[in-house]
Write a protein that binds this ligand. Structure first.
Ligand SMILES: Nc1nc2c(ncn2[C@@H]2O[C@H](COP(=O)(O)OP(=O)(O)OP(=O)(O)O)[C@@H](O)[C@H]2O)c(=O)[nH]1
Ligand SMILES: [Mg+2]
Length: 281
């Protein structure tokens, strides 16, 4: 099994840039992928964010196992002491809940400013998270919400990189991409499943094989049903190709295509709603 590679030099640089941006904000939205709530947490997040009040969002919840999402929300609340909510930028999500939480989280800072005799100002918020977890989508949703709210007013104020969400929240328009630290190979695999890792860093077939193993461990029945696999067959790329008739030149299983389909089906939620991290692991 070849390893998924990562680049320490880039990590140091990315962290430095993220820290600079973090020094500008009062509240951070940490976006996780609801399908891998544990594996999409940056190992050093506590050190990076320090004491900044934090709202944790389990995004892409439309693709995740609803029962497990509820369990993870409870677990992460207990583990971190932060506010945790699920969201989906694709299925109608109520972003006013998120907006209200942000205002609440910014209150202590605003009180402090007022105690110093300063005027209250909008809470400054920034979105951070691993690649591809949906940071930009969340920013877009928050901004759109603001636009509908302010209605006929002449557009939303755009001051450099700050965007006004509403009179009480300013959003830093650039999301902070948390660098990938892939020293744990199981976590690296899971990040590859959800497209957080560049496709150049791994072999589709190897990663698809790993995905099949994990899906069959956790959701065997659903997996077998979706791919028309007979119960006595082992879930291999070859058997899936044969079951689905994904063949090359008439009869041989098309392993390359099958690997690509397995990954795509999972990423698009075609084969079902799956969560690959369990709390007791
Ligand atoms: N199904 C589903 N797809 C989503 C959701 N949110 C975002 N996506 C999709 O996930 C992909 C990545 O979304 P982005 O918002 O670009 O993610 P990002 O975190 O900004 O990504 P980077 O800027 O590359 O770090 C896009 O194809 C989105 O359409 C969601 O809640 N559900
Ligand atoms: Mg983005």
């Amino acid at each position: 099994m070849s390893h998924i590679h990562w680049y320490p030099g880039h990590i140091a640089k990315a962290e430095r840039k993220l820290k600079e941006q973090l020094s500008l904000v009062d509240v951070v939205i940490e976006v996780l992928d609801a399908r891998i709530p544990h594996s999409s947490i940056y190992p050093d997040i506590k050190r990076l964010l320090g004491e900044i009040p934090r709202l944790i969002i389990l995004n892409k919840s439309d693709l995740a196992d609803d029962v497990k999402t509820k369990l993870w929300i409870k677990e992460l609340k207990e583990r971190t002491g932060h506010v945790v909510v699920a969201s989906s930028s694709h299925k109608g999500n109520d972003y006013s809940v998120i907006v209200n939480k942000l205002i609440e989280l910014g209150k202590p800072k605003m009180l402090k400013l007022m105690q110093k005799g300063l005027l209250p100002r909008p809470v400054r918020v920034m979105v951070v998270g691993m690649p591809n977890v949906g940071k930009s989508s969340i920013i877009n949703k928050l901004i759109k919400k603001a636009k509908t709210k302010t209605g006929a007013k002449a557009g939303v104020t755009r001051m450099q990189q700050w965007v006004r969400v509403n009179p009480r929240i300013d959003l830093l328009d650039t999301p902070g991409i948390i660098p990938l630290k892939l020293d744990n190979q199981l976590i690296a695999q899971k990040l590859a499943f959800v497209n957080s890792v560049s496709e150049n860093a791994y072999q589709n077939e190897e990663v698809a094989n790993e995905l099949i193993q994990i899906l069959c461990q956790k959701y065997k029945e659903k997996f077998y049903e979706y791919y028309n696999l007979e119960a006595d067959k082992e879930a291999t790329l070859e058997n899936i190709a044969l079951a689905r008739n994904w063949l090359v030149s008439g009869s041989a299983p098309d392993i390359t295509r099958t690997a690509a389909y397995i990954l795509k089906d999972f990423r698009d939620g075609k084969a079902g709603k799956f969560t690959l991290d369990d709390i007791d692991e």
